[in-house]
Structure formats: C-alpha cells, structure tokens
Design a protein around this ligand. Structure first.
Ligand code: B12
Length: 449
C-alpha cells in the first residue's frame, strides 16, 4: 500500500449546474495540512471540465468554457432519484464519466486513506456514488467524508453515505484525529482555524491546469441572515492580513500562471478599512494585472465612490451584490443590512467608476416562504430602473437556519426527511402565487435587461 492520501471532489447530481468559478477550496486546505504533516497527497476532481487530459480518457464532449474560469461541465443524463421521480425535468451527472473515475482509481496505487468533500446538501447522491465506487475498488481503505453537506446534514450522512467517518465542521479541527487516530501517525502540525495567516496556502498545485483559483480573506460572517448557514459552518468572523492575501495572489500568479481569482468570502467588503481598501490599494500598487470575480455577492451598503473606483482599477470584473428584495418590510426581516437608497447609491457610484450596468449583477431572493410573485416582479423592475442587472437567487432551505421551521411549514415537500428537496431549482418553499409559469415569466423579465 502506498503512503498517499487520496482526496476526491465528487460529482454534482442535479437538474442543472454551471461552473461559476467553482473549486473545492476546503479540500485543498485539507491537502495542505496533510502535506505539512509529511504526508503525500493525490487529488481526483470529478468536476474536471475537460481542460485536462481526463477528457482523452473517455469519449466525452468538451464543454464550452469561458475565459476566466467559468463555463459548462461535462454532463450525462441519468435517472432521477426516486424522491424526484415526479419532477418532469431531466437530471444529470455533472463531471467526468462514471467509468473514467473507475479507470483512474484502478490505475492508481491503493491509497492509505480517502478524503471526500461535499457541497450543497441536495448534491449528496454524487457524493454517495463516489463513495460506492471507491469502496468497490478499495474495499479495505477507510473513507472520511467532510464538507458542507456532511456538516449541515450530519445524521443523514452518517446513516446513508457509506463513509467510515463523517467529520462535520471546519476540517482544521479534525486533522489531529485523522493523523493520530485513523492513520496512527504522529501529528507534527495542527492548524489553528482562527489564525488564518498561519494556515498554509491551499494546495492548488494539485490542479492540473487551473483557469482560476479561489481566495478567502476571512472565515465566517458578521451578519446573521435568517436564511443563511454561514454561522453553522464557521462561527465568528476571522480575517487575514490584507497584504498576506495579496501575497497569496502573487504566489499563484507566479507558480501557476493564473490571472483570474474568485472570492469565496461571505462578507468581503465588511468594515472596508480593515480588508477591502488596503487590499485593493496593494493590488493596484503592485500592478497585478489580474481579473477578480465575486460570484458570492458583495454588501452594497459599503460601496462609496472611493471603493467603487478601487474595485474598478484593481480589476474586479464580476460584480455581484446581494440586495435580496426591494421591499422594506422583508429587508428588515432579513436583518436590515440594506435598503433601496443604499442600493441606488451603490449602483450609481459603480457606474460613475466605469462599470457598465451589465457588469453589475444584483441578487434577488426568489421563492422565500410567503414571498409573492408580485414582490419579486417589483424588485426586478426596480433593479432594472437603476440600469443594472437583476439575477434571481432561488431560495434553498437549510436545516438549522433561523428560517428552517418556517420553511418546513411553507413547503409541500418533507424537507426534514429528504435533503434532495432543499434543491433551489424546485422552489421548494414558494408561495401559491409563484407558479412555474410565473417563475418563467419573472426569469424572462430579468433577461429583458
Ligand atoms: C463560495 C460559495 C459558493 C460558490 C461556489 C463554491 C464552490 N466551492 O463550488 C458559488 C458562488 C458558485 C455558490 C453558488 C451557490 N450557493 Co454557495 N456558498 C459558497 C460559500 C459562501 C462558501 C463555500 C466555501 O468554499 N467555503 C470555504 C471552504 C474553505 O470551506 P468548506 O468548503 O466548508 O471547507 C471546510 C469544511 O467544510 C471542511 N471540509 C471540507 N471538505 C472536507 C473534507 C473532509 C474529509 C473533511 C474532514 C473536512 C472537510 O474543512 C474545510 C476547511 O475548514 C458557502 C457558505 C459558507 N460560508 O460556507 C455557500 C453555500 C454553500 N451556498 C449555498 C447556496 C444556497 C448556493 C446557491 C444555491 C445560491 C443560489 N440561490 O443561487 C448557489 C448554487 C450553485 C449551483 N447550483 O450551481 C448554501 C448551501 C445550500 C445547501 N442547501 O446546501 C451555502 C451554505 C450558503 C447559505 N445560503 O447558507 N456558492
């Protein structure tokens, strides 16, 4: 048996999926802690989009990719799980073909341990399938499952995943257990999950041909939005030193030649004197010549003319703001982070800084319990009227969040029994006025921009 630890990013099984700068950042952090402890690692990316020679191993069509690290995944139509049998929409496996994973595993030496990550709670079938493939090929190698699904649906994962260990929460907490107790090795390095500047860089060198790499300037979030699971995933709000974040960008630019970076932070702009302003000034001072993408949404209340100008000059290309709704009452219910005047100011400052309206996407929640189609329509029209682009963010109910009980009552699906029903494309908590037809009409309205 080799001394290698195998890390796997599993398939996505869903009705639709698109690669918006997606990378398994948590798994790459785990890989770097294992290396710091003297262990060898191997990485298999089931979501490889065919940019590497994985494509040549199977008879797969190369998916269309866009410059900068986004694009389509390889996909194959598969049967819907029984719980979704009544949904008349095609269902797919996104990522490398099934037989390609088996082929790669069969061609690999038996690893000492296998670590698998997980993302959306409703993507668990892809995780389970990977576990069953690895168990078929390496029946006596222990499998450890972690990540977001494993944390938010711990009992479900323990009962059904087929993993030997399910470790919820930040992986930093489990490194000693993995190394001492599972591998029986002596631990040399224990990461401190709150001291982010001391953590080794995620092991992105394991990516064969990265188009982009994700960055985290912080863990956790200072806000407590009732629909969000952030505090269940990492409590508190820890930040790195802004200069060290820029050092990391320069490192990847030099080592991997990447010029595109995506931010995965929950609150990148919060308290901007502390992070955004010094970081942006440093990017500009060093003339980094990179492109930055913020698919996860920025807090528009923090936008001032100075920040808008810095974002533009630093090369922030993909701007997404979280507005949620333009209805005052719901804005208050969702924590009062933003109001329409803050949105109007931010939209104007960004356009004055040089952004065109189509560069600025504004996320609007859609399908919240009790949310009428009319509220969503008015929000879309309001965003349009300020010359920027509305984007619907379909609500996904998450166990343990403040809204969970309300979501369960509002839904006709048994959300607590079956995580597949958390799927945002089912609009599982939509009110009666948000029918499939109305939703399609609203989607069309967003595109009329
Ligand atoms: C960045 C992000 C995205 C990115 C993609 C990220 C990716 N990796 O692919 C983008 C912007 C594309 C995205 C999209 C969406 N997202 Co999102 N996203 C996040 C976010 C903010 C960060 C995830 C992350 O990478 N964190 C950083 C890494 C370091 O943390 P991590 O992966 O959790 O890893 C740690 C641990 O989990 C653990 N770990 C991880 N792997 C392993 C493995 C082992 C073996 C072990 C032991 C430990 C371990 O250790 C790691 C280090 O501590 C989370 C919220 C959050 N705070 O986590 C939401 C979150 C996951 N997203 C969510 C949602 C709702 C969505 C959308 C549906 C939003 C929408 N309405 O459109 C879409 C769906 C995308 C789709 N259908 O294609 C929900 C989850 C919903 C659910 N039911 O599961 C979350 C939790 C936010 C929320 N609302 O609460 N998202």
């Amino acid at each position: 048996m080799s001394q290698r630890i195998l890390l796997i990013n599993p398939w996505i099984y869903d009705f639709s999926a698109y690669d918006f700068w997606m990378k398994p950042l948590g798994l790459f952090y785990m890989a770097s802690y294992l290396r710091k402890n003297g262990l060898e690692v191997q990485f298999i990316d089931c979501l490889d989009s065919g940019v590497t020679d994985i494509c040549s191993l199977g008879e797969v069509k190369r998916p269309t990719r866009k410059q900068g690290g986004q694009g389509k995944f390889i996909k194959e139509k598969i049967a819907r799980p029984e719980a979704l049998a009544g949904i008349p929409k095609p269902y797919h496996r996104y990522g490398i073909p099934h037989h390609v994973l088996s082929k790669i595993l069969k061609g690999s030496e038996k690893p000492r341990l296998i670590l698998i990550t997980s993302m959306m709670t409703y993507w668990y079938p892809g995780v389970f399938d990977v576990i069953s493939v690895v168990k078929d090929i390496f029946p006596d190698v222990q499998v450890v499952l972690g990540g977001i699904y494993a944390t938010l649906c711990y009992d479900h994962a323990r009962k059904n995943a087929g993993a030997d260990h399910v470790l919820p929460g930040p992986g930093e907490r489990h490194i000693s257990y993995i190394i001492n107790d599972i591998l029986g090795e002596k631990i040399r390095y224990v990461p401190d999950e709150h001291d982010l500047d001391q953590l080794p860089y995620p092991a992105f060198d394991l990516l064969p041909a990265p188009e982009q790499v994700p960055l985290l300037t912080s863990r956790g979030c200072p806000f407590r939005c009732p629909y969000c699971a952030s505090k269940l995933l990492s409590n508190g709000f820890d930040r790195r030193a802004p200069f060290k974040v820029v050092n990391e960008m320069a490192h990847w630019q030099k080592i991997l030649g990447v010029r595109n970076f995506s931010f995965y932070d929950d609150a990148l702009l919060s308290n901007p004197q502390e992070m955004a302003i010094p970081m942006l000034k440093e990017i500009i001072r060093r003339e980094m010549d990179c492109h930055f993408h913020c698919p996860n949404g920025l807090h528009l209340r923090e936008i001032t003319p100075e920040i808008a100008n810095l974002l533009y000059k630093a090369g922030f290309k993909t701007i997404r703001f979280g507005l949620e709704t333009t209805h005052w009452k719901r804005q208050q219910e969702l924590g009062g982070k933003v109001d329409n005047s803050a949105f109007e100011r931010a939209a104007a400052y960004m356009q004055e800084a040089g952004y065109s309206g189509k560069d600025i996407g504004v996320y609007l929640l859609c399908g919240m319990p009790d949310q009428t189609a009319q509220e969503i329509r008015e929000s879309i029209l309001y965003v349009h009227s300020r010359g920027v682009k509305p984007i619907l963010a379909e609500y996904s109910p998450i166990p343990g969040t403040q809204l969970w009980n309300e979501a369960r009552c509002a839904s006709s699906y048994p959300l607590a029994e079956e995580p597949l029903y958390h799927n945002n494309s089912l609009l599982p908590c939509a009110s009666a006025s948000l029918t499939t037809e109305t939703y399609q009409e609203l989607k069309g309205l967003t595109r009329q921009f």
